[in-house]
Design a protein around this ligand. Structure first.
Ligand code: FES
Length: 101
C-alpha cells in the first residue's frame, strides 16, 4: 500500500484519482505520460475524457528498450523500433498498435 511518511501532507495513491480535481483547457494542453506501463491505459482514458487531442498525448516507451541501437528487437512495436523512432510517441501515432498500450 502506498503511503507517505509522518511528514507527508500530499496525495497518495493512484494517479487517476487526481484527474477529477484538475481543471484544464483541453485545446491548450499537452500531456506527457511516463511511469509504470500498467497505468498508461488508465491515464489515457482520463486524458481523452478531459478532451485532450490524440496528438497532444505523449507516451514514453523507453522501458521497452534494451540495446538502444536497433539490433535486439526488444523495443519493437509492430513495425516500429522504439529506440530508432522514439522513445516518445503521441497517441495519434501509436493508437493503432495493439501492443503499445
Ligand atoms: S532496443 Fe534493441 S532494437 Fe531497440
Amino acid at each position: 500500500m502506498d503511503r507517505g511518511d509522518e511528514y507527508w501532507t500530499g496525495n497518495v495513491g493512484v494517479i487517476t484519482t487526481l484527474f477529477p480535481k484538475v481543471q484544464i483547457h483541453a485545446r491548450n494542453t499537452v500531456a506527457v505520460v511516463v511511469g509504470p506501463p500498467v497505468m498508461y491505459r488508465f491515464v489515457l482514458m482520463e486524458l481523452l475524457g478531459k478532451g485532450i487531442a490524440d496528438g497532444n498525448i505523449w507516451f514514453s516507451f523507453e522501458r521497452r528498450m534494451k540495446c538502444g541501437v536497433g539490433k535486439c528487437g526488444h523495443c519493437q512495436m509492430h513495425h516500429i523500433y522504439t529506440c530508432q523512432s522514439g522513445p516518445s510517441f503521441s497517441y495519434a501515432e501509436i493508437k493503432h498498435l495493439e501492443e503499445a498500450l
